[in-house]
Design a protein around this ligand. Structure first.
Ligand SMILES: NC(=O)C1=CN([C@@H]2O[C@H](COP(=O)(O)OP(=O)(O)OC[C@H]3O[C@@H](n4cnc5c(N)ncnc54)[C@H](OP(=O)(O)O)[C@@H]3O)[C@@H](O)[C@H]2O)C=CC1
Ligand SMILES: Nc1nc(=O)c2c([nH]1)NC[C@@H]1CN(c3ccc(C(=O)N[C@@H](CCC(=O)O)C(=O)O)cc3)C=[N+]21
Length: 349
């Protein structure tokens, strides 16, 4: 009886592997130099729009939405086949503490995207003043739940909670954010493969590659060194053989350093801190900033980047918009990481 059941499972897995064979891109994916997905049916020009100025300057607008959409279609397709062959699907656990309006917005975007591709979600919402042990227990219970394949703890956490302690408790094999020190450490060491690479940096590299921007040998400057974006982006760019400089709050004359860069990546969280005169003519600008600022009317909010787009677009050869640049690709990478995790749990890779 047991042998028969085992044979059936093996047959399922074989069938699923076969069914997935044509879609190689979503497996655990960190060669030393990360290549873009194989399903490259659309030339990168389809994702672009070029703005032309009277003085002959052109700037390509590096749109993220079409890239994000393509990834989502591919993820959805894999999940559909997974469901039909083995009757299983990925599940993501989302932990949200407190009531920050930006965290609520980001979680809403993530849950909606999961729903669209067939990833089931389970949300644990804790009050702002929750005890650290309460949060640790929630994370541990998701670690122990074999039907949960990915866990994210939305950051930042309220001040009284020790962020590092919480991140350390997330199982590295379910850490679809890629923030656990084991995953970050393996990303930092050349030749090693983390289970997961953080989503925003992955989105940034995907965007550059899909738009045909050469990284190897280029001078990249990252403004900001956070564990979510700046640090892992620097590690990924180094895997692609860029020469990377990191700028931070104590950097003197940042504009002088950025003006020597071929690629400038902003991850500060200060609206429009990067001005046109910080940039070399022809540079490529990736704006990771997603800052919610009040509308002039005082009624609502809108999202703006760390780069003064109106100035930068007149100098750069290519630039991401905010919104509609890296953000949507980041979300697609979360979907892709969650699918990878489920495939690993189901023995599909
Ligand atoms: N598009 C996407 O997918 C994502 C976007 N974001 C966005 O990125 C932005 C940054 O977020 P996050 O990384 O979490 O922020 P953090 O606050 O964690 O990090 C900000 C970084 O900016 C540096 N910094 C602060 N002030 C200056 C300054 N005047 N000059 C140079 N560097 C400075 C800090 O330096 P120091 O280390 O010295 O303090 C720090 O390293 C936010 O707008 C966020 O919403 C975040 C994640 C994903
Ligand atoms: N554990 C954890 N993981 C994260 O990945 C994480 C986090 N905490 N805390 C906050 C930051 C921020 N972040 C973004 C995700 C999507 C957009 C995004 O989709 N932006 C849209 C617009 C968003 C809007 O309209 O508000 C865009 O740029 O077009 C932006 C930013 C992930 N983060």
């Amino acid at each position: 009886m047991r042998a028969c059941a085992t044979a059936k499972v093996v047959a399922w897995h074989r069938a699923l592997r076969k069914a997935l064979h044509s879609c190689a891109f979503l497996g655990p994916n960190l060669p030393d130099v990360w290549v873009p997905r194989e399903n490259n049916t659309s030339p990168h020009t389809l994702f672009q729009e070029t703005l032309q100025w009277d003085n002959g300057h052109n700037a390509v607008i590096l749109k993220g939405k079409p890239i994000a959409k393509q990834i989502r279609l591919e993820v959805a397709d894999e999940i559909r086949r997974m469901k039909s062959v083995i009757g299983k699907f990925p599940r993501l656990a989302v932990v949200l503490v407190g009531d920050r309006r930006d965290s609520h917005t980001f979680i809403h975007i993530k849950l909606k995207a999961c729903d669209q591709v067939g990833i089931e979600t389970v949300v644990a919402q804790l009050p702002e003043k929750c005890a650290e042990n309460e949060l640790l227990d929630v994370v541990s219970s998701f670690n122990d739940d074999k039907d949960v394949h990915g866990i994210i703890v939305q950051l930042p956490l309220p001040q009284h909670l020790d962020e590092e302690k919480i991140i350390n408790v997330v199982s590295p094999e379910k850490d679809v954010d890629g923030f656990h020190p084991l995953n970050m450490g393996n990303l930092a060491i050349r030749g090693r493969k983390p289970f997961f690479v953080p989503c925003a940096p992955k989105g940034c590299i995907e965007l550059l590659l899909k738009h045909g921007v050469e990284i190897k040998g280029k001078r990249a400057v990252i403004i900001g060194r956070s564990k979510i974006v700046g640090l892992p982006t620097s590690l990924l760019l180094q895997r692609h053989h860029a020469t990377v400089s990191m700028l931070h709050a104590y950097t003197k004359n940042p504009e002088q350093i950025t003006s020597e860069a071929d690629i400038v990546i902003a991850d500060v969280g200060i609206p429009h801190i990067v001005r046109g005169n910080w940039l070399k003519r022809g540079t490529v600008v990736i704006d990771m900033g997603t800052n919610q600022v009040k509308d002039p009317s005082g009624q609502g909010f809108h999202v703006t980047g760390d780069v003064c787009f109106e100035e930068a677009v007149k100098v750069a050869s290519a630039i991401t918009p905010v919104p509609g640049g890296v953000g949507p690709v980041t979300i697609s990478m979360l979907l892709s990481n969650t699918l990878d995790s489920a495939k690993r749990a189901f023995g599909m890779v």
